[in-house]
Design a protein around this ligand. Structure first.
Ligand code: RBZ
Ligand code: NIO
Length: 341
C-alpha cells in the first residue's frame, strides 16, 4: 500500500480498523512467567517486554530470530542557520560509513544479530529551510512516508528505526513544540554538541519555524511536512506499516520519537505496538516519552541516533527471552512455590 494524498494517509491513521494484538498469547506468556523459579514478576520490565513481544507477535513463545533495523537518511535546509555542530556534508559521509560497516550502529546491529539496511532519501536535495518555506511540500512528504511504509517487511520479529541527517534535532524539536506546546527551550537540546551561542540560534530557529507555520498547528501531518524532513517522514511511514502488520517496534532516541509523535496526536492507540528502547540525553526526550506514555528500557546517557539506543536495548530483550525460554518451572525444578494465602 502507498498513500496518494494526505487525506488517504490521515484516514489510514485515524479511521481504518487497526489490527489488534493477541491477548491470549500474552496471557500464555504471563502464565509461563509466573510458573518459573523466581518470585512472581521479579524480572520487572524483562517480563513486561516478553509479554509485549508475545502480544504483538501473536505467539505464546515469542522469538527474536529476525530483527530488521532500517536506517533512513535525509538532508536539512535548516542547517544553513548554524543549528548543528557538524556540517551537512557529514550526512552523506556517514551513509558511506554505514555501508562500509564503520559506524556505531554497524557494531551494535552485528552484536544484536539484526539486519541493517540503509535508505538514503534524496540526500543531495536538502529540505526547504522551514523558517522560510515548508521543509517538504505534500508530494515530497508523501514520497518519503511511502518509502518508509514500503520498507517494512512482514516476516520480521522486531523492527528498529534509525536516522541520520545532520541538523535533524532541530526539526525534531520544532515538531514537538508544535504538537505539544510548552517552552521551545525545553524541547531544544544540543544535538551533536552545539555551543551556547549555537543553542540560542537553534531555539530562535525553532521559534521562527513555529511562527512561519502557525496556520498548520492543529494538523499534525501538516506539521510533520512543514517542520520535518525526509528521514522523519519515512520513520512515520514505517511505524504506521509496522502497526498495520502487527510488527513490534523498538523506539530509538529523540529524533525517531519526534518523527512518530504526529501518529500519537492523531490516534494514541496507533502506537500500542511501540516499546521505548532508551531515553536519550537529548533535552526533551524524557518529556516526549512521557507524552507518548512510554517507559524506556535503558537510560545510558546516549545521544547518537542511528538507531543505536534501540539496538543496545535489543540485548535486554534477548536477556528477557533467554530467561523466559530457558528457566525451569517450580514443578520441573522441585522447588516449593509461594505460600497460598
Ligand atoms: C559523525 C556523526 C555521526 C552521527 N550519527 C548520528 N548522528 C546524529 O546527529 C545528527 C543530529 O544532531 P544535530 O541536529 O546536532 O546535527 C543526526 O545526523 C543524528 O543521526 C551523528 C552525527 C555525527 C556528527
Ligand atoms: O536522541 C537522538 O535521537 C539524538 C540525539 C543527538 C543527536 N542525534 C540524535
Amino acid at each position: 500500500m502507498t498513500f496518494s494524498s494526505l487525506q488517504a494517509l490521515r484516514e489510514a491513521i485515524t479511521s481504518l480498523p487497526l489490527p489488534l494484538s493477541d491477548a491470549d498469547a500474552e496471557k500464555a506468556v504471563w502464565a509461563r512467567q509466573d510458573s518459573l523459579t523466581k518470585p512472581p514478576r521479579s524480572l520487572g520490565m524483562l517480563e513486561d517486554s516478553v509479554a509485549f513481544l508475545g502480544r504483538w507477535q501473536r505467539k505464546a513463545k515469542p522469538t527474536l530470530e529476525r530483527i530488521d533495523i532500517l536506517l533512513f537518511a535525509g538532508s536539512h535546509g535548516v542547517t544553513a542557520r548554524g543549528v548543528s555542530a557538524f556540517p551537512s556534508s557529514v550526512t552523506g559521509q556517514m551513509v558511506a560509513n554505514f555501508e562500509h560497516g564503520g559506524a556505531a550502529i554497524n557494531q551494535l546491529a552485528a552484536l544484536a544479530g539484526a539486519s541493517l539496511s540503509i535508505h538514503s532519501l534524496d540526500i543531495d536535495k536538502p529540505t526547504g529551510d522551514f523558517t522560510e518555506h515548508a521543509a517538504l511540500d505534500d508530494d515530497e512528504f508523501l514520497d518519503a512516508v511511502n518509502a518508509g511504509y514500503t520498507a517494512v517487511k512482514d516476516d520480521c520479529d522486531l523492527l528498529v528505526l534509525g536516522e541520520m541527517g545532520i541538523g535533524n534535532t532541530t526539526p525534531a524539536a520544532a515538531i514537538c513544540s508544535a504538537l505539544f506546546g510548552g517552552a521551545v527551550e525545553d524541547w531544544t537540546g544540543r544535538g551533536t554538541g552545539i555551543d551556547d551561542q549555537g543553542l540560542r540560534r537553534k531555539i530562535e530557529t525553532v521559534r521562527a519555524g513555529l511562527t512561519r507555520h502557525l496556520d498548520k498547528i492543529s494538523d499534525p501531518l501538516a506539521i510533520a511536512a512543514a517542520l520535518g524532513g525526509r528521514e522523519l517522514a519515512a520513520i512515520l511511514g514505517a511505524a504506521l506499516a509496522a502497526r498495520h502488520r502487527r510488527v513490534p517496534l523498538l523506539l530509538d532516541g529523540f529524533v525517531v520519537s519526534a518523527a512518530i509523535a504526529p501518529l500519537h496526536v492523531l490516534n494514541p492507540p496507533i502506537l500500542d505496538h511501540v516499546l521505548a528502547g532508551h531515553v536519550s540525553a537529548e533535552a526533551g526526550h524524557g518529556r516526549l516519552l512521557e507524552k507518548l506514555n512510554k517507559s524506556p528500557l535503558l537510560s545510558l546517557g546516549m545521544r547518537l541516533g542511528e538507531g543505536s539506543g534501540a539496538a543496545t536495548a535489543i540485548m535486554i530483550l534477548k536477556a528477557a527471552l533467554a530467561c523466559f525460554h530457558g528457566m525451569a518451572s517450580f514443578a520441573e525444578a522441585g522447588i516449593q512455590d509461594k505460600h497460598d494465602t
